[in-house]
Ligand binder design. Sequence first.
Ligand SMILES: *[C@@H]1O[C@H](CO)[C@@H](O)[C@H](O)[C@H]1NC(C)=O
Ligand SMILES: *[C@@H]1O[C@H](CO)[C@@H](O)[C@H](O)[C@H]1NC(C)=O
Ligand SMILES: *[C@@H]1O[C@H](CO)[C@@H](O)[C@H](O)[C@H]1NC(C)=O
Ligand SMILES: *[C@@H]1O[C@H](CO)[C@@H](O)[C@H](O)[C@H]1NC(C)=O
Ligand SMILES: *[C@@H]1O[C@H](CO)[C@@H](O)[C@H](O)[C@H]1NC(C)=O
Ligand SMILES: *[C@@H]1O[C@H](CO)[C@@H](O)[C@H](O)[C@H]1NC(C)=O
Ligand SMILES: *[C@@H]1O[C@H](CO)[C@@H](O)[C@H](O)[C@H]1NC(C)=O
Length: 773
Amino acid sequence: MWNFLARNKQVAAMMGLLAAAALMVIYLTTRSGGSHNVRVVEHLIAETEDVSDDAHIFSTHSLPSDDRFMPSIGNGHIATNVFSDTVYMNGLYNGRKGESRRARIPAWANVRLKSTLTNHPYSPVYSLDTKHGVFQVTVDRDRSVVTQRIYAHKYYTRTIVNQIYVEPKTHADPNFVHHEIWIAISQMPGPESKDIAFESPIPEIIENTIVWKACGKTRETEDPVYQPLPVDVCAYWTSVPDHLVVPHFRSRVFTFVMTVDKNETVARQEFVKILQEDGEELFEKHVQQWVRLYQQGGLEIEGHLQLAKIVHGIWYYFLSSLPSEESYLPLDRFYGLSPTGLARGGTFDDYEGHNFWDTEIWMFPSILMLYPRYARKLLQYRLDNAYVASELAKLTGNKGYRFPWESAYTGVEVIQPCCPDVAEFEQHVTGCISFAARQYLAVTRDEDWLKHGGCSIVTNIADFWASRAVINYTNGLYDIENVMGPDEDHSNVTNSVFTNVVAGYSLYLAQYVSCLCKSYYMAKAPDHWADIAWSLAMPYDETLDYHPQFQGYKRGESIKQADAVLLGFPLQYPMNISTRANDLNYYESVTRGTGPAMTWSMHSIGQLDIENHLKAAELFNKTFEGYVREPFKVWSEYRRPRVGAVNFHTAMGGFLQTLVFGYGGLRVALDRLELRRPQLPPAATRFKIRGIKYLGSNLTLDIGVMETTLTVSSVDDNWPLIMNNGKYNVTLVPGLTVTLSGAGPFTIRSVPWKDCKLPADKIGQNYLRPIGL
Ligand SMILES: *[C@@H]1O[C@H](CO)[C@@H](O)[C@H](O)[C@H]1NC(C)=O
Ligand SMILES: *[C@@H]1O[C@H](CO)[C@@H](O)[C@H](O)[C@H]1NC(C)=O
Ligand SMILES: *[C@@H]1O[C@H](CO)[C@@H](O)[C@H](O)[C@H]1NC(C)=O
Ligand SMILES: *[C@@H]1O[C@H](CO)[C@@H](O)[C@H](O)[C@H]1NC(C)=O
Ligand SMILES: *[C@@H]1O[C@H](CO)[C@@H](O)[C@H](O)[C@H]1NC(C)=O
Ligand SMILES: *[C@@H]1O[C@H](CO)[C@@H](O)[C@H](O)[C@H]1NC(C)=O
Ligand SMILES: *[C@@H]1O[C@H](CO)[C@@H](O)[C@H](O)[C@H]1NC(C)=O
């Protein structure tokens, strides 16, 4: 497995390119920021160059000076920013209500080579290997090469591993007197935790090794009713000496581990097991899990190295925060994917590790196409909190389930203290969860999910919206008042178009799902839900042929981020192409420059839809330029020189959607999958979406300069697939490669799912309803 070493030597040989790369960064920064020398210098210190030409590996000779741009390692149970003093764990929060945030565990796994801490003649190479889920430091010294591997084990999920491999060099002079090699190291766990009251660490002997154990409890619960007791945490770690000694003739690997869990027995069992493992086998088992994950799917880009790297970085960061598929000991329940992932979330700046609509609208869609099992886990987090959502609905005088704007350990509203009005009004989060369920059902037809909570969550969300819609007798339409759309610059509005469409879709979906579930689940009023959706107000300006964001929106007022534009995508609300174009062009002109990157992802997809390719490419650039921080492709919420939340998974999710649903052209509907004008992203020469899981099949879309094909690896017998390739209807069978000719859309359909009428999805059909009906 030590071929990493060889690769890093190549990297070292590339040092000559470094100067050129630095110049390029100056050029890019000056151009994109339109700024002055001072800022350029700041950037160069804060970010450093990625000198690797491997799309999966990000390498550098010096770390970014801004710690926030350090990469993370994680496995969905635990995660840490490399070299930080903090480890976070899935579902471990401390603090009351809006103060609830990820609880800091001291990083007893933070081991540093002394030679990388001080000014030294040796030039270390730091690499993030996204393919194998490992961060690596290599130091080429006078008498040895030292390599440190740091990873959150993907099979032993409670464990963070540090392995230091020392390889002595043979001396050219045979008369040279050899001495032992000493390598100074240092454990840097940081100060005591303010969030967890740990007892003093206790030494123990396990497997002939001195180890340490520390147990404690979180200091404050999130909510007195839903969490009466604090949470226990126990950590075990191997003791770290201040130097390693290696004989001059033989290489050696030293392994240091830290395990942590809420359950002491689990932390201990896994720790003992690891101490019995051979160092190389331990690493192999970890790598195997990552390899298996990537076998299931991925995006491959040729001809544009930077784009390929960004994409690999995103999947690496996403999968680092998602639970392992196989683990030594059973996993705890999963507490969701938050805007800055599992490795961050201890501060207000990085959203405290809470869950928002970001998960369902921004991250979920691409994960669903390649890893539907993870999509189910994301929905499961909401199901686990359904009871609390029903209580919130009651508290606010509504019915069904009302999900909080921010949700962490218990599922109660944990809005940050700054912004209570956001929690009060941004109710669309509940509709976004239903929309994610709709896409999930469209892609999987997972009956097991419906039986285990799916029917219930979908119908209860419809109940919520039915109780929020108020009939307006002047026109016979239902209004939804006192809401806030995604544009947080406009609060407490009536009939936000985004809110009303997700509400309307929620109501229609419940009618459809009631039919799907009828043999085992009794729904209350399926047709009533659909009636409300049909008559929900839908602001539309006939003269200007566009959607005002809400009733009473004054044209020209600036907005924070994409809102009405989301009707076109992801919501795919049917409208004339002229309306779509007007929405896109108008809202682009009023979106303030300081918003997050996701806005431009959706504008880019929209411009592709209306076949304005040049504009789409320009906006595509805007989705990542200035947001992706070198060398480890960490995303900031705001464009340089501002930062905001890091590592901003929400924007990564938007960017991935531009590739999968924009350039890739995938469109999910309840009765079909469409490939709409698949095309190459700007400057790429090949773009592959590998492992698309549609109704249990496995498909690969391969877009090249000359032709586009769809290859079938497998098809689920229950869901035979027929595709229209632009000329004929073709039955998709394993091994088949279909060439797509023309622009499409190419449609893939199966047999219908039960005898259930698809949702009408028409909202605001403006007619006067007789009063009283
Ligand atoms: C802790 O884990 C052990 C072993 O899996 C299990 O038997 C025990 O019930 C767990 N304890 C708690 C409090 O969950
Ligand atoms: C899906 O097909 C791709 C391409 O043939 C293959 O690499 C991958 O292993 C398959 N995935 C699954 C889960 O079958
Ligand atoms: C009813 O609709 C009319 C016309 O859209 C609007 O002006 C009025 O404010 C609405 N009434 C209420 C109570 O919302
Ligand atoms: C929201 O608007 C309503 C009028 O529709 C008003 O009564 C209420 O006080 C407003 N709430 C806030 C927090 O501004
Ligand atoms: C869409 O275009 C058609 C034909 O021009 C027109 O009849 C219809 O009213 C338009 N629909 C909307 C919602 O503007
Ligand atoms: C996008 O950015 C790249 C370089 O970052 C540039 O070469 C290309 O011209 C840009 N494309 C558009 C359409 O602005
Ligand atoms: C392909 O199948 C669709 C749906 O079954 C049908 O409407 C269409 O006519 C077929 N097209 C051809 C070319 O056979």
